[in-house]
Design a protein around this ligand. Structure first.
Ligand SMILES: *Cc1c(COP(=O)(O)O)cnc(C)c1O
Length: 407
């Protein structure tokens, strides 16, 4: 049996196969970068057009009330919440992941007076590490990094906050959210999880893990579109005491009282700062609705099957690439990463053949599996192309070796 015939059998039995029709994807593209920018849901252009023409063009300022613009951030947060084991009133869609990190790191530091250390791991996503720097410059935080197998022992009485990315962006390696959260709490620290590569891809249960805070992206597995608003989670038990530093008027208890003094809104709305990006929220809502309709459990089951099958196809083609992701699908998120000295050029050569993955410096080829719109036939084809790119040496062509500024 060739990989292609096995793929046909898997596709015929795939309960999610029809969801591909709910996305707009170019012909002849195998999109293995939905972990970086999710594909476009078919319903999004129509919804955005409706918002622009009817709600903005026709409703004008009245639409803040009549079209529910005021409630959008909370409403969409409430729809993201069940995807990660949170209650609807614990999540809001707002700002970017970076900005939400800043707000929540600062809030956590204020909840642990006398402690300044924000503990994370080297190689965490850059913005997560960089967002500590601004607080360090103000003398409010001190960054400490510990390798993932040393994190628990690095949790001493100086640590205010442990901040980790649940699924590592480069390798896909998964942290044990329950165990790590428990260890941090035992040391008196709070925990902030970055779920950028988790939400919408695999089951997460923030409240079962007793997580304190979480953030994540709207434009990756949630298919909210480029620059989509991010989300933030604050456990209910912390909401009353939460003090975040970006005390803008949209986080005020009564924005339209136009008072001179700031009083934070009682619940998760306090995390808002300025006027929400309504167009971006509208696009995000379509993606969230679609991912919620399919269901995270089914998406995760298929993503595991896809990645296992891709590995099997690579073996069938005798492709020898160093896997940097955990070999067991239960230990990784929805991606496979391979190390190769010429990963950049190989990635470019694959893109030229229509297989869009991505390169992560210095030497990682990353293939993401957003199972809502991928087939097993896509895996068989991607593996075949990768084998051909490697054996033909076509990646050595000069045009595949000229690096662009943004990859
Ligand atoms: C993608 C990603 C981000 C992106 O943050 P932005 O503010 O949206 O640019 C942050 N953290 C992690 C772990 C990511 O994977």
């Amino acid at each position: 049996m060739t990989p292609e015939t096995r793929a046909a059998d898997f596709d015929a039995a795939d309960p999610l196969a029809d969801y591909r029709e709910r996305f707009i994807l170019p012909d002849n593209v195998i999109y293995l970068d939905g972990n970086s920018l999710g594909a476009l849901p078919k319903a999004t252009p129509e919804r955005v057009q409706e918002l622009v023409e009817k709600e903005w063009g026709g409703g004008l300022i009245r639409s803040w009330n009549s079209a529910g613009w005021f409630e959008m951030a909370g409403r969409i947060g409430g729809k993201i919440a069940p995807l990660m084991g949170a209650a609807p009133h614990e999540v809001i869609a707002c700002d970017s992941t970076s900005v939400n990190l800043f707000k929540l790191i600062s809030a956590a530091l204020q909840m642990r007076p006398g402690r300044k250390v924000v503990l994370s791991e080297p190689g965490n996503f850059p913005t997560d590490l960089y967002m500590i720097a601004g607080l360090e410059a103000q003398g409010l935080a001190a960054r400490r990094l510990a390798e993932r197998d040393r994190i628990v022992e690095a949790l001493d009485g100086d640590v205010a906050l442990l901040m980790l990315t649940h699924v590592h962006y480069k390798t896909g390696a998964l942290h044990d959210m329950v165990a790590v959260t428990r260890a941090a709490h035992a040391a008196g620290a709070l925990v902030l999880w970055d779920l950028s590569h988790s939400t919408g891809a695999l089951p997460v249960d923030l409240n079962a893990a007793e997580a304190d805070f979480a953030v994540g992206c709207g434009y990756k597995y949630l298919c909210g579109g480029p620059g989509a608003p991010a989300f933030a989670f604050v456990a209910e038990r912390h909401q009353a005491d939460l003090r975040q530093p970006l005390t803008g008027w949209f986080g005020h208890a009564a924005p339209f009282a136009f008072s001179d003094d700031y009083t934070g809104a009682p619940g998760i709305e306090r995390l808002q700062c300025g006027t929400p990006p309504v167009l971006g929220l509208a696009a995000l809502e379509v993606g969230v609705d679609l991912i919620a309709e399919i269901g995270v459990d089914r998406l995760y089951a298929k993503s595991q099957a896809l990645s296992e099958f891709l590995l099997e196809c690579l073996m069938a083609h005798d492709v020898q690439l160093e896997l940097v992701s955990p070999p067991r699908s239960a230990d990784r998120g929805s991606q496979l990463s391979f190390r190769h000295e010429h990963a950049y050029a190989i990635c470019q050569a694959l893109i030229a053949r229509g297989v869009i993955g991505d390169f992560r410096a210095p030497d990682v080829l990353r293939l993401g599996f957003a199972p809502a719109y991928l087939s097993f036939a896509d895996m068989a084809a991607a593996a075949r192309y990768l084998a051909e790119v490697l054996t033909s040496g076509e990646w050595q062509r000069p045009e595949f070796n000229q690096r662009a500024a943004v990859t």
